[in-house]
Write a protein that binds this ligand. Sequence first.
Ligand code: ADP
Length: 444
Amino acid sequence: MQSRDLWRLGTLMLLGLAVGLTVGAASWGLLAGALVYISIVHRDLAHLLKWLRNRKTYSAPERSGIVEDLSLEIDYLRERHKKRKKKLSAYLRQFRKATRALPDATVVLDNQDEVRWANDAARAVLGVKWPTDAGQRVTNLFREPRLRKFMQERATSRSDTIEIESPIDSERQLSVVTAPYGSNQRLLVARDVTQMYRANQTRRDFVANVSHELRTPLTVIRGYLENLIDRGDECPPGWELALEQMSSHATRMSNLVEELLLLSRLESETAVREPERVDVAGMLTEIHAQARALSGDKEHLFSLEAASDIHLNGARAELFSAFSNLVFNAVHFSPPRSVISIRWYRDKDGAHFAVEDKGIGIGEEHIARLCERFYRVDPSRLRANGVGGTGLGLAIVKHVLAHHQASLSITSTIGSGSRFSADFPPAQIYASEAAGSQSRRDAG
Ligand code: ADP
C-alpha cells in the first residue's frame, strides 16, 4: 500500500473513531471510516475503468494513490506495446517488400495446398495471381501434368526439384522446389533457369557433335591399323609393339566416343520413348556369359539368381548397357576366383537388380561422386592394372535408371567388396501373366 493511501485510511479511521467516541459508539465510528475509504477507492477505480475505455473523454486518475500509480503503469505498458507494434509493422513491411521483389516466384501454401500468398514474380513466372488466386488449390492452377504430379506427391525433402517449361512462356525453363514448414504448410519456389539450361544444351550439343565427327576418322584409323597388324610380317622390325599400342588406344578412343554419344542421347530424353517388355532374366543369362568371357583367366565364381517371371517395362538396349556395366565393373574390380553374385528379385518396394562382389571396395568419400562422368577412384591404379575404363559407365547407368524411374544404391567397404543395386518401383514392372515366382539359378 502506498503512503498516500495509508495516510488517507488512517485519517478516515481516526475521524470515524472521534465521531464514534463523541456519540458513544467507537466501533461504529471505525466502521464508518473504513466504508468511506472503500467508497473513495471504488470511485477512483471506476474512474480508472472509464479512462481505460475512453481515453479521449476522460483524463487519467490523479492524486488517488495506488489507482493513480496503476494508471501510470498501464500508460507505460501501452506506450511500450505501441512502439513494439510499430517496429514489428515496419519489419513486416520491409519483409513483404523484399519477398515481393524476389526474382524467384514464391507461393505460400496452406495444409490443403491452397494459395495463402504469392509474390509478383509468381504471376510472371507461374501465372499465380495474387490476390485473385487467394484460396485456390494450387494443383487446379497448374496445367503442366508433371508439375501437378510433383505437387500432389508432396515432396518432403528440400532437395526434391523438378525442371519444367514455364506455363506462361514455353521458351523459359523453370526449376521448381517445395519446402515444407509449420504445420504441414509449404513454400513453393520457382526459379528461372533458362540461361543454365541453354548453356547445358550447348555443352551437350558440342560433345555430341565432336563425338560424332570423331567416329568416322577413328573407324578408318582402326581399320588401317588392323590391316597393318594382320600384315605384321611385312612391317619393319620393332613396329609390332607400336602398332599394338596404337590399335588398343584407337579402340579405347572409339569406345569413349560411342559412350559419349550414348550418354548425350540418354541426356536428351527424360523417359523411355517406346517402352517394351524386357525379359530381364533372359538378358542376365547373356550378360553372365559375356562376364565369364571377360573374366577369362581370373575365373571369377559367378552366382546368378534371377526370377524369370519379373519383366520390366522399358528399353532393352539401355537396360542391357546399364546392367552389363555393373557386372563388368565387378569383374574389373575384384580379385581372381572371388565370388560375384548377380540377383534379380522382387519385394514390396519393387524389383531389384543387385550385383555384389568381394573386390577392392570403394571409400565412403567417393561414393556420392561415382556417377559423375569421368570420375574414377584411382585412375593411375586402373591404368597400371590395364583396367582403363572410360569412366562414363556409371554415368550411363544413372541416366538409364532415371529413364526407368529407378535409382542406384551403392554400399561398399574398402577391401571387402561392393554392392550395387538398381531399384525399380512397382509401376515399372510389366504386369506378368505368369503366376508365382520361378527362379533361374546358374553358377560358375
Ligand atoms: P570405369 O569405366 O572406370 O569403370 P565407371 O563409371 O563404370 O567407370 O566407374 C567409375 C569408378 O567407380 C571406377 O573407375 C572405379 O574406381 C569405381 N568402381 C565402379 N565399380 C566398382 C566396383 N564394383 N568395385 C570397386 N570400384 C568400383
